[in-house]
Design a protein around this ligand. Sequence first.
Ligand code: ZN
Length: 71
Amino acid sequence: MPDDMDMVQGINEQFQAAALAEHQRNRPTGPAATHCDDCGEEIPIKRRLAMPGCRRCIECQSDFEEGVYGC
Ligand SMILES: [Zn+2]
């Protein structure tokens, strides 16, 4: 059933695009901070590259979000 598979794939891609857009609306925009807004610790470059718009270090972000996935 190649046609059905294509349709399912298309729906998945649409869903993922919508989810990604929703996620990006809820996250900070612009370049990531070099230092955490909360504690002032330097944010690792790998985190800044992976999380554009990031404003906090991992520890403060997880405290801030309390387990909610995101930047
Ligand atoms: Zn911090």
